[in-house]
Design a binder for this molecule. Structure first.
Ligand code: HMG
Ligand code: MG
Length: 296
């Protein structure tokens, strides 16, 4: 049965902008504020990773310190290791996320260690976050395919998702990092993971590289998943996944969900304005079809 409400986890300011060049701190702050004004209550605002690996996120501490915190909005950050977590806590992040993968090759290229080593690194992050009463989200990348290994077994996705959940992640976000999945595979994958992790603890994080994200989400909504990650204006990609385009555009997701009678709490026109404004700032057309169709 379809959910009556969907919680949207907005990743544009992180997953989107980590892959765009020359976005000023001021433009990022303006975007984050506009997203909050449009009704988004879960906003990933930065990433405490090595600035040598992802220079676009080097101003994350400044972002968290300066952002205009709206009540009822949770501002979260990626933290791959203890160092990242300490920096995120110092900067005042409300929530953090660890990120692993269902593919060994992707894990090596993205976070410079194997899946097993990444789990070892996450243990102290979980302990330290728990001691500070900060919730931790867990990402699993390459759930529907890997840029280096091709097909990934759903059993491996379920295995890694279960490990992160049992470590204490309150929610597991399943990443189709390179957007290769199709509706049937996506649904099968979610059903396999839901045998190990309660379906109400799962989120979908689908990049739209092959234009399949909306269809895949629609197919998966019937499993009971009700948390979806998306990126305003379809910003971004992943620096370690060749060919990755942005996540599904939040505007297009909201349009579909509202059409289905599913509540999101988001004011679509304000969201479109937020997406158009960051698209202008970075000098490219919006990746949202809804924004293109409704903007003169
Ligand atoms: P490493 O080189 O193995 O780490 O990188 P290290 O511990 O050996 O440290 C090397 C240097 O990095 C040292 O500095 C550390 O201080 C520094 P040096 O002594 O050389 O000057 N360092 C840090 N600096 C700032 N913040 C930190 C930090 N940690 C170490 N947290 C590491 C390992 C994980 C740090 C590196 O591989 C990295 O930063 N990777 C991040 C890659 C990334 O951000 N990818 C994109 C996000 S994931 C994604 O987009 C997928 C997702 O959207 C889901 C999906 O779509 O599937 C989530
Ligand atoms: Mg992503």
């Amino acid at each position: 049965m379809m959910p009556t409400k969907v919680s949207i986890f907005e990743v544009g300011a992180r997953d989107g902008l980590q892959n765009e060049k020359a976005v000023t701190t001021a433009d990022k702050l303006l975007l984050i504020d506009k997203l909050g004004a449009a009704g988004l209550t879960r906003i990933e605002a930065g990433s405490f990773v090595s600035p040598k690996w992802v220079p676009q996120m080097a101003d994350s501490a400044e972002i968290f310190k300066r952002l205009n915190k709206r009540s009822g909005v949770v501002y979260s950050a990626l933290t791959p290791n203890l160092k990242g977590l300490e920096l995120a806590l110092d900067a005042g992040a409300d929530e953090v996320a660890i990120f692993g993968a269902a593919s060994q090759s992707f894990s090596q290229r993205n976070i410079n260690c194997s899946i097993e080593e990444s789990i070892e690194r996450f243990i102290p992050v979980m302990e330290r976050a728990s001691a500070s009463n900060v919730r931790v989200r867990g990402y699993v990348s390459c759930v529907l395919g890997c840029p280096y290994e091709g097909d990934i077994a759903v059993s491996e996705v379920a295995r890694v998702a279960e490990i992160l959940y049992k470590m204490g992640c309150y929610e597991i976000s399943l990443g189709d990092t390179i957007g290769v999945g199709t509706a049937k595979n996506a649904r099968n994958m979610v059903e396999a993971v839901a045998n190990k992790v309660p379906v109400d603890k799962l989120a979908l994080h689908f990049h739209d590289t092959y234009g399949q994200a909306l269809a895949n989400i629609l197919a998966c909504l019937e499993t009971g998943v009700s948390v979806i990650d998306s990126s305003v204006a379809g910003l971004g990609g992943c620096p370690y996944a060749k060919g990755a385009s942005g996540n599904l555009a939040t505007e297009d997701l909201v349009y579909m969900l509202h059409g289905l009678g599913i509540d999101t709490g988001i004011e679509l026109q304000q969201l479109i304005d937020a997406g158009n404004s960051i698209s202008r700032a970075i000098g490219r057309a919006s990746g949202s079809k809804v924004a293109l169709a409704t903007t003169a």
